[in-house]
Design a protein around this ligand. Sequence first.
Ligand SMILES: *Cc1c(COP(=O)(O)O)cnc(C)c1O
Length: 374
Amino acid sequence: MSHPEFLKLAVPGVRGLTPYVPGKPIEELERELGLSNSIKLASNENPLGPPASALAAIRASASDVALYPDGSAYQLRSALAEALSLRPEAITLGNGSCDVLVMLAETFLAPGVEAVFSQYAFVLYALVTQAAGATARVAPARPRSDSQPLGHDLSAMRSLVGPATRLVFIANPNNPTGSWLTASELRDFVSSLPQEVIVVVDEAYCEYVEDTDYPDCSRWLAELPNLVVTRTFSKIHALAGLRVGYALSHPALAELLNRVRQPFNVSLPAQRAALASLRDRNHVTRSREVNRAGLRQLAEGLDRLGLTTFPSRGNFLLVACGDQAGHYYEQLLRAGIIVRPVANYGLQDCLRITVGLPEQNEQLLASLSDIMSR
Ligand SMILES: *Cc1c(COP(=O)(O)O)cnc(C)c1O
């Protein structure tokens, strides 16, 4: 069979699919440009790294990796349940929260049904919807002049919900825009939906948000059975390389997700490290502080360079660079700094920069200043 024939064999959703583009790995950059000591501010990783307790758990788990992990992740789910005052039956673990988003799509989406999300929402929603062969209904984002520039417009999203809608995806805060929604806005939105429409609130960055009107949607689960909250150990918990995330939902919905979940989807070292990291509240607090200071440092520095940044509650900043985004990206690579182009989001004029350690932020600002003055 000649190569192009395979395309026809793929299911319709996959035929039109464009793969996820991750941030450039440091190894790849250094291999390509012969650099060393590069820094990556491209994938919203925690620059402090994991807590020592998680590293110790990973090392200690090495001697047990001949064994399958506990497929039900009893210890980690129990600890999460206790921390969140939920029943373990409400928790579905994923190989990263992306895995949970895939399970949601596999469970509820198919050709003929629809998922609603916002323009500039986290790209995975479009990907899993398309892979399932379902139809994406994309609501226009709030304008750049809005108080939440490029953020989710909940009334525009609401107007796209119809009889074929199965899932609504909301990222709070959203990546790559950094925009966020308040408790009252979000609560009104979820309450306005028919019970048979499932709302997925992706809280990958929730631990970074300090505003008092920012909702912890896990508290609403008892009253809103059509709500699913997803979270991750990849961001503030600094375990992106291990892949652990989870969904919080009505136990009956969790039971459905567990039907499609791969039996051993979270590895043994990942379960143990996540457990250790969950218990280390100091590390979370410290990470939040480093991020708060870093966000300010970057926003002020970029502002001094005459660049427009958008308000962010994540550990990253979206910055508008006019027609220079591609040029800055390339030149920063040459200076050993990886940031994230977001042209795949239709934001050709922007770059997304992850908050690093103070000296990394400084290095980014100095290099950019250099590039801009050349
Ligand atoms: C990073 C991110 C995730 C988490 O991905 P993992 O699979 O848990 O590593 C989920 N949602 C958003 C919006 C993100 O930015």
